[in-house]
Design a protein around this ligand. Sequence first.
Ligand SMILES: Nc1ncnc2c1ncn2[C@@H]1O[C@H](COP(=O)(O)OP(=O)(O)O)[C@@H](O)[C@H]1O
Ligand SMILES: [Mg+2]
Length: 240
Amino acid sequence: MSFLECRSISKSYDGKHALKDVTFEIEGGDLLSVVGPSGSGKTTLLRIIDGLEKADSGEVLLKGKKISGEPFLHRKMIGMVFQNPVLFNTTVFNNIAYSLKFRGEEGETIKKKVEEMLKLLRLHDLRGRNALTLSGGEAQRVALARALVYDPDLLLLDEPTANLDPYNVSIIEEVLQRSNREQGTTVIVITHNIFQAKRLAKNVAFLLEGELVEFSDSAAFFASPRDSKTLSFIRGEMVY
Ligand SMILES: Nc1ncnc2c1ncn2[C@@H]1O[C@H](COP(=O)(O)OP(=O)(O)O)[C@@H](O)[C@H]1O
Ligand SMILES: [Mg+2]
């Protein structure tokens, strides 16, 4: 049984396909990068896996269980980081603690887990700052801390480092890799930056106009893609 299975997922908006019959599966502990030009359906796919969006047809299975239409199951197992973080109007500490409070964890446990996250994401000096005053990179690190603090089985990230400076990109990439290696967190990260995919991914999925053109391990994806469109994308020849 695979960890996550997407079976024939299709989705249209106003009669136009955003996703066409997308099927793939990943094992637990994988780090999958979803790449593709703008408008290729990457965000739609992630939102369907997260349960924020409903597919027109097809289904998503997590550990063999159908999770399409089961938001509660999603919330317990999946962490999500958006391209533009949405933080609450309170301290960095409280932002990170929020999901633990919501889950009914007790004070000492919350404190310990939040401290770990502050350290991991190098946010300790910012713990008392109002999260709405942070820079883009700091805010994204808080968003990642908030998603990781309850140790999700699956972490989904939608272009988490788009528009960030190299310092913040390197912290976020390092934390993703550490969570994946050390906690065994399964990660799906969307990026339109193929260099990032190359640095991070074990497997790469290439979406183009809503279709899954290629899905393979990272080495094969970059060294010997099966589809000529993949080759053209990784060579940077695709206009988007
Ligand atoms: N809520 C929506 N309403 C209408 N069209 C949408 C909506 N969300 C996405 N789309 C369309 O679906 C296609 C795929 O979008 P998206 O998944 O955001 O692509 P990507 O993340 O790869 O840039 C695009 O043509 C986009 O305009
Ligand atoms: Mg997108």
